[in-house]
Design a protein around this ligand. Structure first.
Ligand SMILES: CC(C)(COP(=O)(O)OP(=O)(O)OC[C@H]1O[C@@H](n2cnc3c(N)ncnc32)[C@H](O)[C@@H]1OP(=O)(O)O)[C@@H](O)C(=O)NCCC(=O)NCCS
Length: 161
C-alpha cells in the first residue's frame, strides 16, 4: 500500500536517504553517487520552502517530487520540478500520483508554469511528462557529462493558463 503525502521536516533524514539511494541507482538524477552532502540541514529547509511530496510504502520512502517556486516576482508564477521513484517501486503509478500531488499544490499556489530538465535519453520519464501535458521547449546540447559521455537535456514545461 503506497501513501502519497506532503513531506514534513521530520522526513528530512529519510528523504535525504532516498535521494542518496537514487543517486546510486540511476544516472537520470543530477548528482553522482556519493556527491550529495551528508548534511540534512538543507533538506529540512527545502521541505519547509518547497512543495515536497513523498511516497511511503511500509514506512519506507520510495519516491518524492519537489517543486521549487521562483523566488523573484517575475518568476513567482513558475516552479521547477524534480521527481524520483526507486526502481523497485516504479511502474505502478507512483510517479503519476506524485506528479498529480505536485500539480494540485501548484494550482493552489497560483503557479501556472511547471518546468523541468530531463535527459534526452530518458524516454520513459519523457513519456510520463507528455501524458501530464508537458511539452519539449528546447534541447540543451551536451549539458551533462555522464559516465564520461556528453548527454543532451530537454527543457519541458506544462502551462495551466
Ligand atoms: C521516471 C519515473 C519518475 C517514473 O515513475 P513511476 O513510478 O515508474 O511512474 P508511473 O508508474 O506512474 O508511470 C510509469 C509507467 O507505469 C505505468 N503505470 C502507471 N500506473 C500503473 C499501475 N497502476 N499499474 C501498472 N503500471 C502503471 C505507466 O503506464 C507507465 O508506463 P511505462 O512503463 O510505459 O513507462 C521513475 O521511473 C524514476 O524516478 N526513474 C529514475 C529517475 C528519473 O528518471 N527521474 C526523472 C528525472 S527527470
Amino acid at each position: 500500500m503506497t501513501r502519497i503525502r506532503r513531506a514534513i521536516p521530520a522526513d528530512a533524514a529519510a528523504l535525504h536517504a532516498l535521494k542518496w539511494a537514487l543517486d546510486e541507482e540511476t544516472h537520470f538524477m543530477m548528482l553522482e553517487p556519493g556527491e550529495r552532502s551528508p548534511d540534512i540541514g538543507p533538506e529540512q529547509r527545502e521541505i519547509e520552502r518547497d512543495g515536497v511530496f513523498v511516497a511511503e510504502e511500509d514506512g519506507e520512502l520510495v519516491g518524492y517530487v519537489q517543486a521549487e517556486r521562483g523566488s523573484f516576482r517575475r518568476v513567482h508564477h513558475l516552479a521547477t520540478i524534480v521527481i524520483g521513484v526507486r526502481a523497485h517501486a516504479s511502474g505502478k503509478g507512483i510517479g503519476s500520483a506524485l506528479l498529480t500531488a505536485a500539480h494540485e499544490w501548484a494550482a493552489a499556489q497560483g503557479i501556472t508554469r511547471l518546468q523541468l530538465d530531463v535527459d534526452a535519453e530518458n524516454t520513459r520519464a519523457i513519456a510520463l511528462y507528455e501524458r501530464f501535458g508537458y511539452r519539449i521547449e528546447g534541447t540543451k546540447r551536451q549539458s551533462m557529462l555522464v559516465n564520461g559521455a556528453f548527454v543532451d537535456d530537454h527543457i519541458m514545461a506544462r502551462l495551466s493558463v
